[in-house]
Write a protein that binds this ligand. Structure first.
Ligand code: NCD
Length: 649
């Protein structure tokens, strides 16, 4: 029997119902293994395991699973002993191997390698870990044991600790937990936070956010009287309840029982993926029995994908709450179930329901390189053309492209049309045209004007503007905003103002003056440049960055549209410290929020249609007596100017 071409590249490739079915099969195989019952389900089938990286559990349990099902295995456990060492491409290798086997299991150090391999392999391919991206079959084992231990997945609260940046098991696990309705508390090692592309995927696809606490807060998180990071409250599940003004990170009120933690998922520092392989090791999390001593953690299971290094104490092994050896043992029945599921699909004629509509893929011209240095497209460029989808994150001022292989995002400020040779500064109004150009294969993408012009492109016009607020209006609105902020902040003396560069920063400085005039308190003011790679945070008055831990942070921006910029700013701030409370003030709320972030203080609600652009112009220093302020807010639509879209046929 030929196995159907159902690849498992991401955990998102399988529906919830399919995962449930795999668990039913895994239960049956567990029982069969227990009773010693023989199985011949996969008799005559060959599985090839291609491992370009070390593995114990994953390879051996996949191979054991195939043997237990009566099938056989061919293996190149050490790809350095294969033609890869002679420089053979991944595409050629899997093409060849799919003529020798019915199923391929691949582990590879490059992000996105499994996607490439799945495209070139004629047979189904299972991803056994691709770089720091995903490890979906490990997640099936993790979920299987978690559910077995706790009886359900929905509503559980799981603290995921350690290297959440490079840990591929964590990424697949987060996607799955978000889907199954569990609550996540991320406890990353400093600098090892969950990557943005993972956060954005769950935010957009599942309307899901989770809280993050620092490693140093792990003991208070576990403690009975300590930190309640579970502000993903049942009444507002998965909402960014941070923006509920003054009580985001509550201390548990005395007398109240703290919310229980159901599991800790601890991970190893992925040292082999660090640019500086030795860095970060000293202060890495060490999880031991102390974390399990409180009422709150009484029933918490301890999980780990293994191998462990120093992050998980051996003393826990005897504790009945330790589940990590069970996770590893589940590798055999769960992977048997995965293969058996494929066989089941082969025998059923009904077509599989697609998981999600496929986003159109495109390769812009001139060729755009993926920004991720570990992306497979940067290493197998002889035959791989970088390919993108439109990112789910609709940044209003840049066209966000998502690498179709490694999922990393890339922002482009300028787009063009290859036949008319016009270029445009990207803004949200162009999105419809861009979609059309993608379909026609005529999208050009540029990082800079210089690049566009040197490629022979000319600029296009912009439509007329209409003023919706003048300098006096802005001044009045700011006055009102300052009043709202003061009224909403219990202790202005503890306040820190953080403006999102550039216009948010100007507004923050002006609001600070207004707040000082009314309260005699001059809050420190930070500027956050969300798109600056190197130095995103600075104090507007110069000097050293202040510690925001325990402070009340008021984040300020000119316009909130989708909310993505605010989310980025938040993430940057939180890497530096842990505010006691945070809120958001905006001059204008356009109301197109794409993610669950709502401003606490709004100057003016200006509902707009997406084809309009709201532009806030601000003097960078306030006008003095001799100079009239040129502050204004304008709105313009570029639809008219695009009526004769520069698309000459
Ligand atoms: C994991 C991996 O390879 O990503 N191991 C595994 O498959 N169980 C985790 C790790 O190496 O830390």
């Amino acid at each position: 029997m030929r196995l159907p071409k159902h690849d498992l590249v991401s955990i998102e490739d399988f529906s919830q119902a399919e995962i449930e079915r795999i668990f039913v099969l895994a239960d049956q195989f567990s029982a069969a293994l227990e009773s010693g019952e023989k199985c011949t389900l996969a008799h005559g089938l060959i599985m090839a395991t291609l491992f370009y990286e070390p593995s114990t559990r994953t390879r051996l349990s996949f191979e054991s699973a195939m043997h237990r099902l009566g099938g056989s295995v061919i293996s190149s456990a050490d790809m350095h002993a294969s033609s890869a060492a002679k420089g053979e491409s991944l595409a050629d290798t899997v093409r060849v191997v799919s003529a020798y086997a019915d199923l391929i299991v691949l582990r590879h150090p490059r992000d996105g390698a499994a996607r490439v391999a799945a495209e070139y392999a004629a047979c189904p391919l299972f991803n056994a870990g691709d770089g720091s991206r995903e490890h979906p079959s490990q997640t099936l084992c993790d979920l299987y044991i978690l559910r077995k231990r706790k009886g359900r997945l929905k509503g559980l609260t799981i603290a995921i600790c350690g290297d959440l940046k490079f840990g591929r098991t964590v990424h697949s696990l987060i996607y799955a937990l978000a889907r199954f309705g569990a609550n996540i508390v991320a406890v990353p090692q400093a600098g090892m936070e969950v990557p943005e592309y993972v956060l954005e995927r769950i935010a957009v696809e599942r309307n899901y956010c989770f809280s993050t606490v620092s490693i140093s807060e792990l003991s208070s998180l576990a403690g009975d009287g300590g930190l309640d990071a579970l502000y993903l409250t049942p009444s507002a599940p998965h909402q960014m309840a941070l923006f509920t003004s003054d009580l985001p990170l509550a201390k548990i009120p005395s007398g109240e029982a703290p919310a229980a933690l159901d599991a800790f998922y601890v991970t190893r520092l992925q040292r082999e993926r660090l640019p500086d392989k030795g860095a970060g090791a000293e202060a890495y999390v060490h999880f031991d029995a102390r974390a399990l001593k409180t009422t709150r953690t009484q029933a918490a299971v301890v999980m780990h994908p293994l191998p462990r290094t120093d992050e998980l104490a051996y003393e826990l092994d005897a504790d009945p709450r330790a589940a990590y050896f069970e996770q590893a043992a589940a590798g055999v029945p769960v992977r048997m179930a995965l293969i058996a599921w494929l066989l089941e699909q082969a025998s059923q004629r009904a077509a599989r329901t697609p998981i999600a509509p496929e986003a159109p893929r495109f390769s812009p011209q001139p060729a755009v390189r993926c920004a991720n240095v570990n992306c497979i497209t940067r290493h197998e460029s002889a035959y791989l053309t970088p390919r993108f989808t439109l990112a789910r994150n609709p940044d209003r001022s840049r066209l966000m492209l998502r690498c179709d292989f490694c999922e990393r995002e890339l922002g482009a400020e300028f787009v063009g049309h290859v036949r008319t040779h016009r270029y445009y500064r990207f803004d949200d109004n162009l999105r419809g045209y861009v979609r059309q150009w993608i379909e026609e294969g005529s999208l050009a993408v540029f990082e800079t004007v210089k690049q566009a012009e040197e490629s022979g492109y000319e600029p296009y016009r912009r439509g007329p503007q209409r003023e919706i607020m003048n300098a006096a209006g802005i001044s009045r609105t700011l006055d009102d905003l300052a009043g709202q902020i003061i009224a909403g902040t219990a202790d202005p003396g503890n306040m820190v103002i953080a403006g999102i560069f550039s216009r948010g920063t100007i507004l923050a400085m002006r609001l600070r003056e207004l707040i000082e005039a009314r309260t005699s308190v001059r809050p420190p003011c930070i500027s956050i440049d969300v798109y600056s790679g190197s130095d995103p945070l600075r104090m507007v008055d110069g000097g050293d960055e202040i510690d925001i831990s325990g402070r009340t942070v008021v984040l300020i921006d000119d316009v909130i549209n989708t909310g993505w910029t605010v989310q980025r700013a938040m993430a940057l701030l939180w890497q530096r410290g842990r505010p006691a409370a945070a809120s958001l003030a905006v001059l204008i709320d356009r109301g197109h929020h794409a993610i669950p972030i709502r401003p606490n203080y709004v100057g003016k609600n200006i509902p707009t249609v997406r084809s309009e652009r709201v532009l806030v112009r601000l003097d960078s220093s306030p006008a003095d007596a001799h100079r009239k302020s040129s502050d204004r807010v304008v709105i313009y639509s570029i639809l008219d100017s695009m009526k004769e879209p520069a698309v000459a046929q």
